[in-house]
Ligand binder design. Sequence first.
Ligand code: SAH
Ligand code: SF4
Ligand code: F3S
Length: 461
Amino acid sequence: MEAETTVQDGGARAGGDKKVFVKTYGCQMNVYDSQRMTDALAQEGYAPTQVIEEADLVLLNTCHIREKAAEKVYSELGRIRDLKAARAEAGRETVIGVTGCVAQAEGREIIRRAPAVDLVVGPQTYHRLPDVLARVRGGGKVVETDYAIEDKFAHLPAQKAAQVARRGVTAFLTVQEGCDKFCTFCVVPYTRGSETSRSVAQIVAEAERLAEAGVREVTLLGQNVNAWHGEGPDGSEWGLGRLLFRLAEIPGLARLRYTTSHPRDMDDELIEAHRDLPSLMPYLHLPVQSGSDRILKAMNRRHKAADYLRLIERIRAARADIAMSGDFIVGFPGETDADFEATMEMVRQVGYASAFSFKYSPRPGTPGAEMDGHVDEAVKDERLQRLQALIVEQQHAFTVSMAGRTMSTLIEKPGRRAGQRVGRSPWLQPVIVDEKAGGIGEIIEVRITGTGQNSLFAEPA
Ligand code: SAH
Ligand code: SF4
Ligand code: F3S
């Protein structure tokens, strides 16, 4: 989850002579935001670069979810400060900006701790970046962390076909932001604000633009993506299931995914979408966090372990080959050995194709941080290791079970070795094929001839 990525490209305005380097922390929503920021800055004459030393503007798009994620930003800012000083000696100016969830959570405090920072912009205000940059050029520091009343998506320039195409044949599309669930461990409701949904018209238009630019697979994003709701063209209320049915009609869009969903928002129509839509990929990230009812209650998840298991049964009844993924927290305040064993048991019962697990990290301002019964770091470590060993075992079993099967594969990019291409299975696994098997963007049927750690080797079926 805390993967670090640099934005690949964005496409520069002809004659643009400045460069921007964007480093992305955190979830896919930040990856999407970094792309939108890069595209918007391209129109201001900033060409994207992967080489930080040559950047006139450095943006860190940050994550606040766990302490480690947030602290990483400050060590990075230390390095960038030195870079800024070195460039200044050579007579070149460098603007440093912090965007994303740390920006929202800490605001001006960031500039106090790291005075080299020139601008701090929250996730709901990045459409104002051009204006913020103009103010920084006028001298002074700018902090923009109010939740904007205007819709940022309506103010961002639409993605250009060339910008989309350069990123490849898969794309993210944020449809929902923020969260009203207030799990007691989580900062998202504070960093991203309350739940908001983009309109059907906006989403369909963006998906059509992506498809026209050659995108074959779209992943809809939201902190609680299945809480998305909107008004259909006929005035009726739509949920995510209905939206998926609509997006499935767009020519060229062959594959749909969505993430991250909350168990309480999996409604009947969404489950029907899994049953009836061949283009909705059979892979579902459905975090549960714990297998203990006591801990689920303390976390304010508002469902029990049995509810989650029943839900998965219903989803599997609708789509037999669906693979599950999840998130778990170990060492939440008050978690006993018995609570942890209940989590292990839950994992055994579900059987995950993949899962993320984290040690509980107390976050400032959340109710969990104030609770009694904080668990020893050593105990958290031990629980995390045991849980991860179980998950790795399941993941491996899932990969090995693919041998000999035939499946569709979307060819995404050249492989690391000459003559190879890498595709993606319906279950998100990399699939290595010979380049003669198909061109980038093609969806082909393959037979799995061998399996690696996570990847699959295949030949055309
Ligand atoms: N909206 C999603 C999760 C978003 S955060 C959901 O409700 O499931 C992504 C994951 O980070 C969470 O699922 C959780 O497992 C983990 N996480 C969030 N806050 C955390 C904290 N304080 N300590 C450790 N892990 C945390
Ligand atoms: Fe955080 Fe809970 Fe909201 Fe997910 S549902 S973003 S874990 S508060
Ligand atoms: Fe991190 Fe913000 Fe995403 S806190 S996980 S970047 S919503």
